[in-house]
Design a protein around this ligand. Structure first.
Ligand SMILES: Cc1cc2nc3c(=O)[nH]c(=O)nc-3n(C[C@H](O)[C@H](O)[C@H](O)COP(=O)(O)O)c2cc1C
Length: 357
């Protein structure tokens, strides 16, 4: 039986165990969107995870939409991530960076003055998202990308992947969920393009597949993963047929030799998305959402996933792996401090104790 604590290789990534820290935006970056010292401490504390997936990180200034999210497009940002990667590696951990371009899910006041808000089609995101100080704010109307623009956006992702590697980060994960730019291309309601990136399902998956291929060419396919959440309606997503969209995407990505597919498996998609991934994807799978120790053991034992990821549990339990190993009860994370970082305020971020202290 596959054990949660056994090592596993996902592409070129060697994990000491199968417990992955899920990507979590925490809004603690500095004034230049660079990782701060408390971010170094936060990731170091959680480095006993088999793999850390970082918080969503913008590949370009245009890719930013939320308050105080970090980037990977300037020397200061690369230097900050180098300190994070070194800290995680010094503890024996592995870390991949989640590349998150929000597309239309952007608040004007969160972005640099010259950073545009772009999307596959000029349709605004209907949801309010956190603006400065986390206050829910209306999003900016996006400009529809021209066909020629798309190559430039893919080039930004490629450069970001190279920067992540230059900073010593082990790989990247393309965020294709939660209603951000890649998902805006995938979903029928947000992609009303009439060029080769819109219309048929083969055209709607093209942006994601070309981006994955280009990043794989740049840093090696075994260092590239991607995250999906079929059926999610967050940020105004309403795909007419997510099963068709994602099965087509998975088949198209399957030949690229990528490290893993990270699945946010939601119960109300109308179908079992883990079954769907297993039917159309031959690579490794990281299963996520609402996992408990028991559920994680079950999904590994059944061979339905190679690893499992935990979000909330890693916020309040920096030593989650040890707690699982010894059956120690888990601490509860305080939701009121998920996104409330000011300066170097550690509260609700790096002040969760380990079970021993
Ligand atoms: C505070 C917070 C921030 C999150 N930010 C991101 C993010 O940046 N990228 C992402 O893909 N998912 C993000 N998520 C979703 C988590 O990665 C995960 O899918 C979700 O929490 C469900 O897993 P869990 O039940 O183990 O917490 C976030 C979740 C939380 C709680």
């Amino acid at each position: 039986m596959t054990d949660l604590f056994s090592p596993v290789r996902l592409g070129d990534l060697d994990l000491a165990n199968r417990i992955v820290m899920a990507p979590m935006t925490r809004d603690r970056a500095g004034s230049e969107d660079e990782p701060t010292q408390i971010m170094v401490d936060y990731y170091r504390q959680r480095a006993s995870a088999g793999l850390i997936v970082t918080e969503g990180t913008q590949p370009s200034a245009a890719g930013k939409g939320y308050w105080r999210t970090p980037g990977i497009h300037s020397p200061a940002q690369i230097a900050g991530w180098r300190r994070v990667a070194e800290a995680v590696h010094a503890e024996g951990g592995r870390i991949v960076m989640q590349l998150m371009h929000v597309g239309r899910a952007a608040v004007r006041a969160n972005k640099a003055d010259n950073a545009e808000t772009i999307a596959p089609s000029a349709l605004p995101c209907p949801d309010l998202i956190p603006g400065p100080d986390g206050v829910p704010t209306a999003t900016e109307m996006p400009r529809a990308l021209t066909t020629a623009d798309i190559a430039g956006v893919i080039a930004e992702y490629v450069q970001a992947a190279r920067h992540a590697r230059a900073a010593g980060v082990d790989g990247i994960e393309l965020h294709c969920a939660s209603g951000y730019l890649p998902m805006q291309f995938l979903s029928t309601n947000t992609n009303q393009r009439e060029d080769r990136y819109g219309g048929s399902v083969e055209n709607r998956v093209r942006f994601v597949v070309e981006t994955l291929q280009a990043m794989a060419d740049a840093i090696g396919p075994g260092r590239v993963g991607f995250r999906i959440c079929p059926g999610v309606t967050f940020n105004g997503m309403a795909d007419a047929d997510p099963e068709q969209t994602y099965s087509t995407l998975l088949r198209a990505a399957d030949g690229l030799g990528l490290a893993y597919c990270h699945l946010m498996h939601i119960p109300n998609a109308g179908f079992d998305s883990l079954d769907m991934v297993r039917a159309h994807w031959s690579g490794a799978v990281i299963e996520n959402s609402g996992m408990t120790l028991e559920k994680a053991r079950g999904v590994l034992a059944d061979g339905r996933a190679e690893a499992v990821s935990f979000g909330y549990a890693f916020i309040g339990n920096p030593d989650l792996v040890e707690r699982f190993r010894h059956g120690t009860p888990l601490a509860k994370a305080d939701r009121t401090t998920f996104y409330t970082g000011h300066g170097d305020d550690r509260r609700g971020y790096t002040d969760y104790p380990t079970a021993q202290t």
